[in-house]
Design a protein around this ligand. Structure first.
Ligand SMILES: Cc1cc2nc3c(=O)[nH]c(=O)nc-3n(C[C@H](O)[C@H](O)[C@H](O)COP(=O)(O)OP(=O)(O)OC[C@H]3O[C@@H](n4cnc5c(N)ncnc54)[C@H](O)[C@@H]3O)c2cc1C
Length: 424
C-alpha cells in the first residue's frame, strides 16, 4: 500500500491525514506510515511548533501521578491570588475557569485519581523502548538519557499527596527509593542544602532536546515516504457520517481519514465533529541558562514548588508551573521571572549565562488522560490529543492505539480510559 507521496502532498491520494505535527501527531503519522498507510501530516508551522518545542523532556515509563490529587480543594483559592505560585489562574480567565475547576475537583477523589494513575501507567509503560525502536540505537543514545528522576523536597516530612503518590506507585508495581540529605548530596552535589530528602524514580529518562526529538522522528517519517503540508486548518466538513474535507486558509483538502492531533487547538476541530470536551490550556514556561556550569546527574523535580531542572544540550533548563489562560494569549513573562527566581534558590552556585525563555500550552483534560478514540458517529475521524503534562511519555502508545483504531482492530480493554465519552 505504501507509496511515496509527491511533493505536492495531495490529500486525495493520502490514506490518512494527520492534523498537527507535535510529538503526538508525528509519532502517530510515523506509526501509520509504518503500517502501510500513505500518510499526510499537516501543520501550520512545521514540526514541534507548539507545546512539544520546549517541554521538560521527561520520558517516564514509571510515571503515574495525575495532577488532581485528594486535597486539591484546599489549594484552589490560592491559585486565584498568587500570580507567581506553582499554579495560577490568569485573572482574565477567572470566571471561565470555574467549570473546569469543578471537574478537577471531581477527578481528585482517591478512587478517580487511582483510575487516572492506571490510565497513565498503561499509556506510559514501555515508552523508552518505543522511542529506541522508532529512533534506532544511535539516534536514541544521542537524544535520550536514562538517568531516572529525583523528586527533591525542602520539608523534612512527606506531605499527604506524596504519601498518596507513593501508594499509587506501590499498587502499580513502580519502584522508588527514599533518599536522606547525605545521600541526596552524593547524588546531586550542586543542589542547595535547603533540600532535606528526595525520592528517586529509576527507570525513567529524558530527552536532551524535545524539539530535536520531534524533528528527528519527523525526518524518519518523511524518509519512509510520509508527506507534509504547511497549512493552517480552519474547518472540517462532514457529510453522511464521514469527515470529507479539511479546509485550510487557501484550499479544501479532500479526506479519506483524519487523525486529529492538534494539541490544545484540537478542541474546536473536535466540535466540528460534534464532540465537546473540557480541554484547556495549562500553560507552562521554561528558562534555559545556555552557559550554566551546573551539570545534573538526574532529571530533578522540585517537589515543593512544582517545576523541574534538567541538563539539556541547550543548557540548564528550568521548566514547569501551571497557568490557566487562553492558549493564544500573549505569554505572561512574569511567570518565567518567578520560575527563574525559584530556580536560583535551588542551587548553591549562580546560574550564570545567557537566558532564553519559552511558553507552551499543555492540552489538558481534568483527569490527566488524553482522548484516543474514534469520533462517535464518524467512520473515518479519529481523536488523539489531551496529553497534558505527559505528551512525550504517552505519545508512542497513543500512536499505536490510534493506528489500531484506524485499522479497525480491537483496542485493549485498558483503552476505555481514553474514551471521548467519559466526560458525559
Ligand atoms: C512547561 C511544560 C513542561 C512539560 N514537560 C513535559 C515533560 O517533561 N514530559 C512530557 O512528557 N510532557 C511534558 N509537557 C507536556 C508536553 O509538552 C505535551 O503533552 C505535548 O507536547 C503535547 O503534544 P501535542 O503534539 O499533543 O501538542 P503540540 O505539541 O502543541 O502540537 C500541536 C500542533 O498542532 C498544530 N496546529 C494547531 N492548530 C493548527 C491548525 N489550525 N492548523 C494546522 N496546525 C495546527 C500546532 O502548530 C502544533 O504543531 C510539558 C509541557 C509544558 C508546557
Amino acid at each position: 500500500m505504501s507509496q511515496r507521496l509527491t511533493g505536492a502532498a495531495d490529500s486525495s491520494i493520502a490514506d490518512v491525514v494527520v492534523l498537527g505535527a507535535g510529538i503526538v501527531g508525528v509519532t502517530a503519522a510515523l506509526e501509520l506510515q509504518r503500517r502501510g498507510y500513505r500518510t499526510l501530516l499537516v501543520d501550520r508551522e512545521g514540526p514541534a511548533a507548539g507545546c512539544s518545542f520546549g517541554n521538560g523532556g521527561a520520558i517516564g515509563p514509571n510515571t503515574c501521578t495525575p495532577f488532581a490529587l485528594p486535597g486539591i480543594m484546599r489549594k484552589i483559592p490560592k491559585w486565584y491570588f498568587d500570580l507567581d505560585g506553582p499554579v495560577t489562574i490568569n485573572p482574565g480567565w477567572a470566571l471561565r475557569s470555574l467549570p473546569w475547576i469543578l471537574r478537577w475537583i471531581r477527578s481528585s477523589s482517591r478512587e478517580a485519581a487511582r483510575s487516572s494513575a492506571r490510565g497513565m501507567r498503561f499509556l506510559h509503560e514501555g515508552c523508552l523502548d518505543s522511542y529506541r525502536d522508532m529512533l534506532g540505537p544511535n539516534l536514541y543514545a544521542d537524544l535520550v538519557r536514562e538517568e531516572g528522576y529525583l523528586y527533591v523536597y525542602e520539608s523534612g516530612r512527606a506531605s499527604r499527596n506524596e504519601l498518596f503518590a507513593e501508594d499509587l506507585r506501590r499498587e502499580l508495581g513502580i519502584p522508588s527509593h527514599i533518599l536522606g540529605a547525605d545521600e541526596l548530596r552524593e547524588f546531586e552535589p550542586s543542589l542547595s542544602r535547603r533540600f532535606h530528602r528526595a525520592t528517586l524514580l529509576p527507570g525513567n529518562g529524558h530527552t536532551v532536546n524535545p524539539k530535536r526529538l520531534v524533528d528527528t522522528l519527523f525526518e524518519k517519517f518523511t524518509a519512509a515516504g510520509g508527506a507534509f503540508r504547511l497549512a493552517e486548518a480552519t474547518e472540517l466538513e462532514t457529510a453522511d457520517g464521514q469527515v470529507r474535507v479539511l479546509r485550510t486558509r487557501d484550499r479544501a483538502l479532500p479526506l479519506h481519514r483524519l487523525v486529529l492531533c492538534a494539541g490544545v487547538w484540537s478542541r474546536e476541530f473536535a466540535r466540528h465533529l460534534g464532540v465537546r470536551l473540557p480541554l484547556v490550556a495549562e500553560r507552562g514556561y521554561h528558562v534555559t541558562y545556555t552557559e550554566s556550569p551546573i551539570r545534573l546527574n538526574h532529571k530533578i523535580m522540585n517537589g515543593s514548588r512544582g517545576f523541574g531542572a534538567t541538563s539539556m544540550e541547550t543548557g540548564l533548563q528550568i521548566t514547569g508551573t501551571v497557568e490557566l489562560a487562553d492558549a493564544d494569549a500573549p505569554p505572561n513573562w512574569r511567570r518565567a521571572e518567578a520560575l527563574s527566581r525559584a530556580a536560583a534558590a535551588m542551587f548553591d552556585q549562580p546560574l550564570f549565562g545567557n537566558r532564553t525563555q519559552w511558553m507552551g500550552a499543555r492540552p489538558s483534560l481534568p483527569d490527566s488522560l488524553p482522548v484516543i478514540d474514534r469520533a462517535p458517529g464518524f467512520a473515518n475521524a479519529f481523536l488523539n490529543f489531551g496529553h497534558s503534562h505527559w505528551g512525550l511519555s504517552g505519545a508512542p502508545r497513543s500512536a499505536k492505539l490510534v493506528a489500531d483504531l484506524v485499522e479497525g482492530k480491537h483496542v485493549p480493554p485498558e483503552a476505555v480510559a481514553y474514551a471521548c465519552g467519559r466526560f458525559g
